[in-house]
Write a protein that binds this ligand. Structure first.
Ligand SMILES: Cc1cc2nc3c(=O)[nH]c(=O)nc-3n(C[C@H](O)[C@H](O)[C@H](O)COP(=O)(O)OP(=O)(O)OC[C@H]3O[C@@H](n4cnc5c(N)ncnc54)[C@H](O)[C@@H]3O)c2cc1C
Length: 410
């Protein structure tokens, strides 16, 4: 084996492993996956429920089965997976500083792919009043306690949030014999798509819409939560734990400490249509690009990114030159990915820009260049739905301009 690493991938979730497998299929000699956890597989490793793998393997798998299958395939095709290896510094030109069980090491791969995924918003960033008792966790921590350590942190928790992952929290609780006493949502409706909102009722978990968590009670352990309804009435719900679910944000601490440009809207790295970051040695793929998509979507992005990285290594990707900048310039538009479109000819990149809205939006999506309207399309969207717009609508401008996306209500 040669000493020169062709591609190092940070993280070992679905996007990383599919990228690594595809790179090997494209003939890239040395592909190394770097994972801080003791086992590879990313988030699905602790999502003990189905459905995973439908797009990838045409089978319904649980998260751990899916993660094991991806890891086994990667190893089989010759991907080198280094676990218990945290990338602690990402330097210009692709040099990485690693913290390993054997000490600190440095590698200088030809290209690096960021595939560090997302995490949920912790208590400290949610402005919650009260003491800091044991028993306040995110869904990810709950799932690893239940599925990986076979322990139960509480018996009667309250679940905060109604995103898809909040319903995974209910499933995890049921698996462990934990009985949630309430599900709390500050908005007037359930965030996840219909019919997911029926699930709490079916399994007997009272759902409180238009209700905000105002304080967590208890000193050593949780004894209750104080909530406020839309009329301003306060009341206490007795419970012994709190699951703070969702409110995802890209795991981008490494990029923030480093030199890569980070987008204020997605909170992930700024990329062009090839997933190429502001330092062209670095690419990014999967959920680190934006919060949040499914494992299947991230897996597919990883495969595509591998093709652009392989093209770049072969000299077939045009160097960064003139670019169109795309900006979400309206509070209704939550983010847009990619944020830059390279105008140089090269292999085809992402076919679509991905957008999300901050609230239910019915009206027109408009792309403006200064005062000029470039194009518009009808928009009828909800925050949980991905909006795809063909890249060609933007590159048609043909010159390096700034395009602002705006929303006009009906
Ligand atoms: C709690 C939770 C539950 C979810 N449940 C589901 C679900 O049921 N179904 C679904 O489709 N999606 C679910 N998701 C969405 C999930 O993000 C995707 O399914 C998928 O895992 C995204 O893959 P990824 O490759 O982008 O990143 P991830 O799977 O998140 O993998 C990223 C990896 O990077 C590693 N890493 C991060 N920083 C470093 C570093 N500095 N050095 C080394 N390694 C690092 C992490 O340890 C992690 O293993 C869930 C997400 C969360 C947070």
């Amino acid at each position: 084996m040669t000493d020169q690493i062709d591609v190092a991938i940070i993280g070992s979730g679905p996007s990383s492993l599919s990228a690594a497998i595809e790179l090997k299929a494209l003939g890239i000699a040395r592909v190394v996956v770097l994972e801080r956890d003791p086992e590879a597989g990313g988030i699905p490793r602790h999502c003990g429920h189905p459905p995973f793998g439908i797009r990838e393997f045409k089978r319904v798998l649980t998260g751990p089965q899916y993660a094991r299958k991806l890891v086994a395939t990667a190893r089989l095709v010759g991907v080198e997976i280094r676990t218990s290896t945290t990338v602690v510094e990402a330097r210009p030109d692709g040099k990485l500083l690693l913290a390993t069980k054997d000490g600190v090491a440095e590698i200088a791969p030809r290209r690096v792919i960021y595939a560090t995924g997302v995490r949920e918003t912790p208590r400290s960033c949610r402005f919650i009043t009260g003491p800091r008792p044991l028993g306040v966790v995110n869904t990810g921590a709950l799932q690893s306690t239940v599925y990986l350590q076979d322990r139960t942190p509480f018996e009667r928790p309250v679940i905060i949030g109604t995103e898809l992952v909040s319903f995974s929290a209910i499933m995890t609780c049921r698996h462990a014999g934990i009985k949630p006493v309430a599900m709390i949502e500050a908005n007037e409706g359930v965030t996840a798509r219909w019919p997911t909102g029926l699930f709490p009722r079916i399994v007997g978990v009272p759902l409180h819409l238009g209700t905000r968590l105002s304080a967590i009670l208890g000193n050593r352990s949780v004894t209750g939560v104080e909530v406020v309804d839309r009329a301003g009435n306060h009341r206490v719900i007795n419970c012994d734990g709190v699951i703070l679910s969702g409110q995802f944000t890209p795991e981008v601490a490494l990029a923030r400490c480093g030199h890569l440009a980070v987008d204020a809207a997605t909170k992930g790295p700024v990329v062009d249509q090839y997933g190429r970051c502001s330092d062209p040695c670095y690419f990014a793929t999967g959920n680190v690009l934006r919060p949040v998509e499914t494992a299947g979507w991230s897996w597919n992005e990883g495969r595509q990114t591998a093709r652009w990285v392989a093209a770049d290594l072969a000299g077939d990707l045009a160097p960064v030159g003139a670019e169109i900048e795309v900006v979400a310039a309206d509070p209704v538009i939550r983010y847009v990915v990619p944020q830059r479109l390279s105008l140089a000819a090269g292999s085809a990149g992402m076919k679509h820009l991905q957008l999300r809205v901050t609230r239910r939006a019915k009206g027109t999506l408009v792309a403006m260049c200064g005062d000029q309207t470039l194009w518009k399309m009808p928009l009828n969207a909800r925050p949980e739905r991905r909006i795809l717009v063909p890249v060609g609508k933007f590159t048609a401008a043909g010159k390096p301009v700034k395009i602002e996306l705006k929303f006009i209500a009906e």
